[in-house]
Design a protein around this ligand. Structure first.
Ligand code: HEM
Length: 556
């Protein structure tokens, strides 16, 4: 009897632990622009559309071009002194013979065209009224993270492994050393080049085989390798996909890989590398599982090779369970409205999500209306990576009306799956999503998305900033626009600091004064600085990509 009671107790405990485990979920401590960026680009971004199903271009494929540029960019790494790595220095190195190829420029143009830019990292931070600054310093990552993202999409887009993505790379501002391996170099040089980049001789065999499962060698770029002028491009293997055909065809002596069997013996670099350990590694890659697994690991390490001092985020290999979006503020007639969304992983039509908040005094006022149900639920578009993983996400929209006097200090959510289980509290690890201050914000209701249709078509945003102070206050904004004016690399963002003008269309109200400026439509992050009677306030990394300004059309 005693024994069965014990067993019962043990089994109840295990069940409870398992239940607890089942209720645990993944999210990140908000705000974290880097993790938000990595999750958003990998699972909701548009760049993947160009790599999906391994589409052809220039006789090769877009993913082949993206994978090659990632390797060439990273090839500057030197393990001995920690310099170089995936840092977008390739933008300054395109005139080198080792980086020849239309694919490099095409790739950078792809990344530019999609206008995706990493936020200017550093957590969103504020100076509160006691002058305390919170958050991290801002770094400067742009193209490097996109090159890494491109490599992840490239491999998966052609049917290869899903490589976890980290963000946080920092762009170089000048060229690195000319250390990309070239086919005419001997095995010792290649072994040393890969050692310098952080790879053992065995890993060198793996990484080259993994890279050379995509694409091939273009005659115009390497006429001494592809000597037949009729051959526009010699593919490394007979399949377009990311698979181990490059290995099996090599081992079966059926390969037409020009770097293995090309007429110019000096440029048979793949042959020298593949056979350097008596084909032991290549034999092991006849297992496509091992090939895929090894490629995932090695290419993952390749894209995570960064100069020392650069810290990458935790790797993401599935969407976070819960992601909150930038809260959008608006003030009118004694009332704040706060618009935000919560993205929830997994489909459940019965699920309800409620937003709750605490006022400035920290009271939760549960009975007096500090809660708001979601006003809309949408299934969010997922990239093909999310589709491969069989995932769905729903986005719950909230438009909370908040008394401006008691205001809001933090908010959080209650997610009820309506399946008999306890509702889940999504409260940012217990702290809630903290609104540090309500004294300076972009007014989402007063700002406008403007479309001018005559005499010329023009689109811009009229940004209105509210500041708690009178007209002697001042406000300036720094806008980050990923659209570079340059027509050739390096593609640097356009960064402009503007002093805002008093907004005559929005007279002062409720202690707030409104300032305004027009910004280009493609601006995606804004830093705001305000000054009221000598006290300055800042808000960094306001995410313009989620701003929902009212649309206005001007046709005269
Ligand atoms: C000793 C090392 C290597 C040498 C000598 C080498 C050499 C070459 C050459 C000559 C080409 C032809 C480029 C053109 O025609 O424009 C090429 C293409 C390519 N390489 Fe490598 N490579 C090496 C390592 C790697 C590595 C480690 C990767 C990636 C993990 C990689 C990925 C690619 C890809 C994807 C292409 C095809 C590009 C396309 O079709 O547009 N290579 N490589």
């Amino acid at each position: 009897m005693f024994r069965s009671l014990c067993l019962l107790r043990i089994s109840v405990t295990i069940t409870l632990i398992l239940a607890d485990y089942a209720r645990s979920f993944s999210t990140f401590q908000w705000p974290n622009p880097q993790l938000a960026y990595a999750d958003k680009q990998l699972y909701e971004g548009s760049l993947g559309l160009l790599a999906q199903n391994c589409p052809p271009r220039e006789n090769t494929t877009i993913p082949a071009q993206w994978l090659r540029i990632a390797y060439h960019d990273m090839s500057t790494h030197n393990v001995d002194d920690g310099t170089g790595g995936l840092d977008a220095s390739i933008q300054y190195e395109l005139d080198r013979p080792q980086n020849i190829g239309q694919g490099q420029l095409d790739s950078l143009n792809d990344f530019k065209a999609f206008n995706i830019i990493a936020p200017f990292f550093g957590s969103k931070y504020f100076t509160n009224s006691s002058g305390k600054k919170r958050g991290l310093l801002i770094a400067f990552p742009l193209v490097a993270d996109i090159i890494a993202l491109g490599a992840v999409f490239a491999v998966a887009g052609c049917g290869g492994p899903l490589i976890p993505l980290s963000a946080g790379r920092v762009d170089a501002t000048e060229a690195g050393p000319a250390t990309v391996p070239e086919p005419q170099q001997d095995l010792a040089s290649h072994t040393e080049a890969f050692r310098r980049q952080g790879f053992t001789p065995t890993e060198m065999i793996g990484l080259v085989a993994c890279g050379h499962t995509l694409g091939g060698v273009r005659q115009v770029d390497f006429p001494l390798v592809v000597t037949d002028a009729e051959d526009v491009l010699q593919t490394f293997d007979t399949t377009t996909n990311f698979d181990n055909a490059v290995v099996s065809e090599y081992l079966q002596n059926t390969t037409e890989n020009i770097l293995v069997v090309g007429p110019n013996v000096t440029t048979r670099s793949d042959f020298r590398i593949f056979s350097s350990d008596g084909n032991v590694t290549m034999q092991s890659f006849l297992s496509s599982d091992l090939f895929n697994e090894t490629c995932g690991t090695l290419i993952g390490r390749m894209i995570n090779t960064v100069p020392s001092g650069v810290t990458l985020t935790q790797p993401i290999s599935e969407p976070f369970d819960y992601v909150v979006s930038e809260p959008l503020f608006s003030y009118r007639s004694g009332t704040f409205s706060v618009v935000t969304t919560l993205r929830v992983l997994g489909d459940n039509p019965d699920r309800t999500v409620t937003m709750l908040w605490a006022d400035r005094q920290g009271s939760n006022c549960p009975t007096t209306g500090c809660t708001s149900p979601s006003t809309q639920t949408d299934e969010a578009f997922l990239t093909f990576i999310g589709n491969i993983q069989g995932l769905t996400v729903n986005r719950f929209l909230f438009n909370a009306t908040i008394n401006a006097t008691t205001s809001i200090s933090k908010f959080w959510f209650e997610v009820d799956e309506k399946d008999g289980s306890d509702p889940i509290l999504v409260n940012n690890g217990g702290s809630g999503f903290v609104i540090e201050q309500d004294s300076l914000f972009i007014d989402n209701g007063r700002s406008e998305a403007v479309l001018v249709t005559f005499p010329t078509l023009e689109q811009y945003k009229q940004v209105v900033v509210a500041i708690r102070g009178d007209s002697s206050s001042s406000v300036s904004i720094t806008t980050f626009d990923p659209v570079s004016n340059a027509t050739t690399p390096p593609y640097l963002p356009t960064i402009i600091t503007t002093n805002l003008q008093l907004d005559e269309r929005n007279p002062s109200e409720g202690g707030f004064t409104f300032f305004t400026a027009n910004v280009t439509d493609s601006v995606n992050f804004i830093n705001i600085t305000g000054n009221v009677g000598g006290t300055s306030y800042t808000q960094e990394n306001f995410d313009m990509t989620v701003a929902a300004f009212p649309f206005v059309e001007i046709s005269q």
